[in-house]
Design a protein around this ligand. Sequence first.
Ligand SMILES: Cc1ncc(COP(=O)(O)O)c(C=O)c1O
Length: 416
Amino acid sequence: MHHFSYRDGALFAEDVSLAALADEVGTPFYCYSTATLARHFDVLAAAVKPATVCFAVKSNSSLAVIRTLAARGAGADVVSEGELRVALKAGVPANKIVFSGVGKTERELAFALVSGIRQINVESIPELETLDALARRMGRVAPIAIRVNPDVDAHTHEKISTGGAQHKFGVAAADALAVCRRAHEMAGIDFRGLAVHIGSQLTDLEPFRAAFAKLHDMVVALRDAGVPVAHLDLGGGLGVPYTADQEPPTPAAYAQMVRETVGDLGCELTFEPGRMLVGNAGMLVAKVIYVKETAAKTFVVVDAAMNDLIRPAMYAAHHDILAVKPRQGDARPVDVVGPICETGDTFDRAVALPPLQAGDLVAFATAGAYGAVMASTYNGRPLVPEVLVNGDKRCVTRRRPSYEEMTALETVPNWL
Ligand SMILES: Cc1ncc(COP(=O)(O)O)c(C=O)c1O
């Protein structure tokens, strides 16, 4: 469910024409829909109520997007000091922020402690020891969960699977009980519970079920051993439909599975969704530069590229490509490519699109998650602007940098 639709043959974000936005902002640009963000958040929050829903900032770090979600009650899941600062700046209350990640530095941990965040999800014994010593030095007690690696196969793309024994994430299930007992005894640590996150873009509930069932048994074992466990952080990972025929589990079905697996424990629950909140709340809009016919193929060369949306190049991911104002005529197979000097800079191959000409606009759908946030300036290309739409209102929430700004942080040594 999203709020991008055709009106009189032209694609709109809510009540704003994408073609009009392209005139105002220039292409390429990202466009987000407030109504879609709000709906996804509200539906999930209602399904898992009274849990805390911490938006995974890694999926979209736009201040405006985070503030939109925070205004509806979202917390934040962050993985760096930078993301923590962004979440605070966007207005997320510190007591609704959880900090995940395998490589938090002492500086980052200290900043988290000073900020008074809800919880640090500790992923290893060295991190636990570092945090305990740091908190005691600072005269504080660090609220933590131990992130467990449950060793389950998430059945998703290998680069975004995180819950297998071969992955760098979390404390191995076999060691977790001992680590939790130890954490419980540390003077600088307030051991609150367990966390898990097994991967992203999961389209099946069974891997979640397997992971949460393991967590359940660990909580029981810890309590039997006299270690109180009051909190469970069940991570993110619920997938979104990238094509019309994909039907990932609904928030209601997900919430039901959560109740079935850990509902009897009486724990306070936290979730860390990213993609499912913002994925189809965003589109990347680009302009056709050339239509290039070769003996082998027709290439539609657009002004967006892999630096703006890296998911197709990085994960072989699919994004539906929509003509913003489809022309009459038969669809025919084309390769949609960007201008970057790599063959990997291909959005889709042999995709059937209506006739396109130079100057036409196309939109890459479901680009709100892991889109703008993963962009780079590769090939000297400025980061693309982000626009937030709300009904008939629009705001450029991040403008396109000038070429001058792109080199502003650089220094040429005085010997040159
Ligand atoms: C620890 C953690 N939490 C939450 C998420 C968000 O995942 P998703 O965007 O699939 O919901 C991620 C991303 O992989 C993650 O690493």
